[in-house]
Design a protein around this ligand. Structure first.
Ligand code: 13P
Length: 253
């Protein structure tokens, strides 16, 4: 079975103390991860070590960075390299979140470089894609998301691509409380998978984990994750609440 993932994206929230308490509370609540299921916590950079220590003995739980540099090392003030992340034991990185695309001008070419550097250091990129409301309203969302994948991922070999996790996050559903319906999520995920199959073949496409993100909550996770091509979620707001996130973990199929 494909990997199913409940991924928390804390974004720029919580103090160190609050982050520690949240992880403690989540770990203390009953949740079970089957062999094909994972929980991932994308925490702010300063908390990576703390978070890594908290989950050290947990099976199928990973700490992720929310971003990385496209450069290897050197005079890039304020940046964090893959080598640094690797030295902390971090092997998952969120790449190309819509907030980074929008507020930090990250484009498809730069994101291709970030994907490459993750793979070079054996880290799993969680590659985010998704359209804004005006694109959805114009009905051109499929072509828009296709271009994001083509320009940032389609230079990869089949072997490399299988190490990537894709997160479809329609921007109009992020932080708005307006979740895509399970039908809308399934439709885009199936479209992405068929596009991957067209380029890499069915076996590869069927192996790729595709997460949905955008107002996922405890109350809608099960319905979303029950869709055949939805392999879990990338969760912002609801991941800051222990009960909510544990419910989301327990909604994985
Ligand atoms: P929300 O779950 O707060 O809508 O955020 C989604 C998201 O951006 C996760 O990366």
């Amino acid at each position: 079975m494909r990997k199913q993932i409940a991924a928390a994206n804390w974004k720029m929230n919580l103090t160190l103390e609050q982050g520690e308490k949240l992880l403690d509370d989540i770990i203390a609540k009953p949740h079970e991860l089957a062999e094909h299921q994972q929980a991932v916590f994308a925490v702010p950079f300063p908390y990576l070590t703390m978070a890594q220590q908290k989950i050290a003995s947990k099976q199928n739980v990973y700490i992720a960075a929310q971003n990385c540099s496209n450069k290897k090392s050197g005079a890039y003030t304020g940046e964090t390299s893959l080598e640094m992340l690797q030295s902390l034991g971090i092997s998952v990185v969120v790449i190309g979140h819509s907030e980074r695309r929008e507020y930090f001008n990250e484009n498809n070419q730069l994101l291709a470089e970030k994907v490459n550097i993750c793979l070079e250091y054996n880290a799993t990129p969680i590659f985010c894609c998704g359209e804004a409301l005006n694109i959805r309203e114009a009905g051109t969302q499929n072509a828009y998301v296709e271009k994001q994948l083509e320009e940032s991922l389609f230079h990869l070999s089949a072997e490399q691509l299988q190490k990537v996790v894709i997160a479809y996050e329609p921007i109009w559903a992020i932080g708005t409380g307006k979740t895509a319906s399970s039908g809308q999520a399934q439709e885009m995920h199936a479209h992405l998978r068929s596009m991957l199959a067209g380029k890499y073949g069915n076996d590869v496409a069927n192996n790729i984990t595709i997460l949905y993100g955008g107002s996922v909550k405890g109350s809608n996770a099960k319905e979303l994750f029950s869709q055949p091509d939805v392999d879990g979620g990338l969760v912002g707001g609801a991941s800051l609440n222990a009960d909510e996130f544990v419910t989301i973990i327990n909604s994985l199929k």
